[in-house]
Design a protein. Sequence first.
Length: 159
Amino acid sequence: MDRNGYLLVANEQAYIMFGLKNGDLGTQLQNLEMGQLVNIFTFMRKLDRDWRKITNEGNLQPLSLKNIKWVHEQVITSLDIHIKPISDSNGRLLGVNLIFIDVTQYTHLADEFESFRANLARITQELHYTKAQLSTTNAELESTQKELESLHQEFCFRN
Protein backbone atom coordinates (compact mmCIF):
# COMPACT_ATOMS: atom_id res chain seq x y z
CA MET A 1 0.00 0.00 0.00
CA ASP A 2 1.36 3.43 -0.84
CA ARG A 3 1.54 6.30 1.62
CA ASN A 4 -1.84 7.62 0.40
CA GLY A 5 -3.62 4.38 1.24
CA TYR A 6 -3.94 2.83 -2.21
CA LEU A 7 -3.46 -0.90 -2.69
CA LEU A 8 -0.52 -1.39 -5.06
CA VAL A 9 0.11 -5.15 -4.98
CA ALA A 10 -1.25 -8.24 -3.27
CA ASN A 11 -0.08 -11.83 -3.15
CA GLU A 12 -2.15 -14.89 -4.00
CA GLN A 13 -3.06 -15.57 -0.36
CA ALA A 14 -4.46 -12.02 -0.02
CA TYR A 15 -6.50 -12.49 -3.20
CA ILE A 16 -7.95 -15.70 -1.76
CA MET A 17 -8.41 -14.56 1.86
CA PHE A 18 -10.02 -11.22 1.03
CA GLY A 19 -11.64 -12.08 -2.30
CA LEU A 20 -9.57 -9.52 -4.16
CA LYS A 21 -9.83 -9.02 -7.91
CA ASN A 22 -7.25 -7.48 -10.22
CA GLY A 23 -9.51 -4.41 -10.43
CA ASP A 24 -8.97 -3.84 -6.69
CA LEU A 25 -5.36 -2.78 -7.30
CA GLY A 26 -5.23 1.01 -7.12
CA THR A 27 -8.27 1.12 -4.82
CA GLN A 28 -8.19 2.92 -1.49
CA LEU A 29 -7.55 0.25 1.12
CA GLN A 30 -10.33 1.61 3.35
CA ASN A 31 -12.81 0.68 0.59
CA LEU A 32 -11.68 -2.95 0.64
CA GLU A 33 -12.56 -5.57 3.24
CA MET A 34 -8.94 -5.85 4.41
CA GLY A 35 -8.84 -2.10 5.00
CA GLN A 36 -11.78 -2.34 7.34
CA LEU A 37 -9.76 -4.59 9.66
CA VAL A 38 -7.29 -1.84 10.43
CA ASN A 39 -7.66 1.89 10.60
CA ILE A 40 -4.81 2.22 8.14
CA PHE A 41 -4.75 6.00 8.10
CA THR A 42 -4.15 6.10 11.85
CA PHE A 43 -1.21 3.76 11.40
CA MET A 44 0.12 5.66 8.38
CA ARG A 45 0.04 8.92 10.36
CA LYS A 46 1.80 7.21 13.26
CA LEU A 47 4.43 5.71 10.95
CA ASP A 48 4.88 9.05 9.17
CA ARG A 49 5.21 10.86 12.53
CA ASP A 50 7.59 8.26 13.95
CA TRP A 51 9.68 7.69 10.83
CA ARG A 52 12.70 9.16 12.60
CA LYS A 53 12.65 6.37 15.19
CA ILE A 54 15.11 4.16 13.38
CA THR A 55 16.22 0.72 14.54
CA ASN A 56 19.85 -0.34 14.50
CA GLU A 57 19.34 -1.79 11.01
CA GLY A 58 18.12 1.55 9.68
CA ASN A 59 14.49 0.44 9.28
CA LEU A 60 11.32 1.92 10.67
CA GLN A 61 9.75 -0.09 13.44
CA PRO A 62 6.86 -2.28 12.25
CA LEU A 63 3.54 -2.12 14.03
CA SER A 64 1.65 -5.24 15.04
CA LEU A 65 -1.97 -5.90 15.88
CA LYS A 66 -2.57 -9.20 17.62
CA ASN A 67 -5.59 -11.49 17.52
CA ILE A 68 -7.87 -9.21 15.47
CA LYS A 69 -11.27 -10.86 14.99
CA TRP A 70 -12.55 -10.82 11.42
CA VAL A 71 -16.08 -12.05 10.72
CA HIS A 72 -16.54 -13.07 7.12
CA GLU A 73 -19.44 -15.15 5.84
CA GLN A 74 -20.39 -16.04 9.45
CA VAL A 75 -16.91 -17.43 10.15
CA ILE A 76 -14.71 -15.81 12.78
CA THR A 77 -11.04 -15.68 11.83
CA SER A 78 -8.30 -14.47 14.18
CA LEU A 79 -5.57 -12.50 12.47
CA ASP A 80 -2.25 -11.04 13.50
CA ILE A 81 -1.60 -8.00 11.33
CA HIS A 82 1.92 -6.68 10.86
CA ILE A 83 2.38 -3.28 9.27
CA LYS A 84 5.92 -3.00 7.94
CA PRO A 85 6.97 0.45 6.74
CA ILE A 86 8.68 0.84 3.37
CA SER A 87 11.04 3.80 3.13
CA ASP A 88 13.41 5.22 0.55
CA SER A 89 17.16 5.59 1.05
CA ASN A 90 16.57 8.92 2.83
CA GLY A 91 14.21 7.29 5.32
CA ARG A 92 11.04 8.85 3.88
CA LEU A 93 7.96 6.70 4.28
CA LEU A 94 6.80 5.45 0.86
CA GLY A 95 4.14 3.01 1.99
CA VAL A 96 3.60 -0.10 4.03
CA ASN A 97 3.60 -3.84 3.58
CA LEU A 98 0.56 -5.34 5.31
CA ILE A 99 1.02 -8.91 6.47
CA PHE A 100 -2.09 -10.80 7.58
CA ILE A 101 -1.40 -14.04 9.45
CA ASP A 102 -4.30 -16.38 10.20
CA VAL A 103 -3.81 -17.42 13.83
CA THR A 104 -7.27 -18.94 14.28
CA GLN A 105 -5.92 -22.45 14.82
CA TYR A 106 -3.40 -21.21 17.39
CA THR A 107 -6.10 -19.19 19.15
CA HIS A 108 -8.32 -22.27 19.34
CA LEU A 109 -5.40 -24.34 20.64
CA ALA A 110 -4.60 -21.67 23.25
CA ASP A 111 -8.26 -21.60 24.33
CA GLU A 112 -8.32 -25.40 24.50
CA PHE A 113 -5.06 -25.42 26.47
CA GLU A 114 -6.49 -22.87 28.92
CA SER A 115 -9.60 -25.03 29.33
CA PHE A 116 -7.45 -28.11 30.00
CA ARG A 117 -5.34 -26.12 32.46
CA ALA A 118 -8.44 -24.94 34.31
CA ASN A 119 -9.80 -28.51 34.40
CA LEU A 120 -6.46 -29.79 35.65
CA ALA A 121 -6.46 -27.16 38.42
CA ARG A 122 -10.03 -28.16 39.38
CA ILE A 123 -9.17 -31.88 39.37
CA THR A 124 -6.00 -31.23 41.39
CA GLN A 125 -8.06 -29.33 43.96
CA GLU A 126 -10.58 -32.19 44.09
CA LEU A 127 -7.76 -34.70 44.54
CA HIS A 128 -6.29 -32.68 47.41
CA TYR A 129 -9.73 -32.58 49.04
CA THR A 130 -10.18 -36.35 48.50
CA LYS A 131 -6.69 -37.00 49.87
CA ALA A 132 -7.52 -34.99 53.00
CA GLN A 133 -10.78 -36.92 53.40
CA LEU A 134 -8.96 -40.24 52.96
CA SER A 135 -6.34 -39.18 55.49
CA THR A 136 -9.09 -38.32 58.01
CA THR A 137 -10.88 -41.62 57.29
CA ASN A 138 -7.59 -43.52 57.65
CA ALA A 139 -6.93 -41.85 61.02
CA GLU A 140 -10.44 -42.76 62.16
CA LEU A 141 -9.94 -46.36 60.99
CA GLU A 142 -6.61 -46.61 62.83
CA SER A 143 -8.26 -45.27 65.98
CA THR A 144 -11.10 -47.78 65.60
CA GLN A 145 -8.59 -50.57 65.01
CA LYS A 146 -6.73 -49.67 68.21
CA GLU A 147 -9.99 -49.63 70.13
CA LEU A 148 -10.92 -53.03 68.69
CA GLU A 149 -7.48 -54.43 69.55
CA SER A 150 -7.83 -53.06 73.04
CA LEU A 151 -11.29 -54.62 73.39
CA HIS A 152 -9.98 -57.89 71.97
CA GLN A 153 -7.12 -57.95 74.50
CA GLU A 154 -9.58 -57.18 77.30
CA PHE A 155 -11.85 -59.95 76.13
CA CYS A 156 -8.95 -62.42 75.84
CA PHE A 157 -7.66 -61.41 79.27
CA ARG A 158 -11.06 -62.06 80.87
CA ASN A 159 -11.35 -65.49 79.35
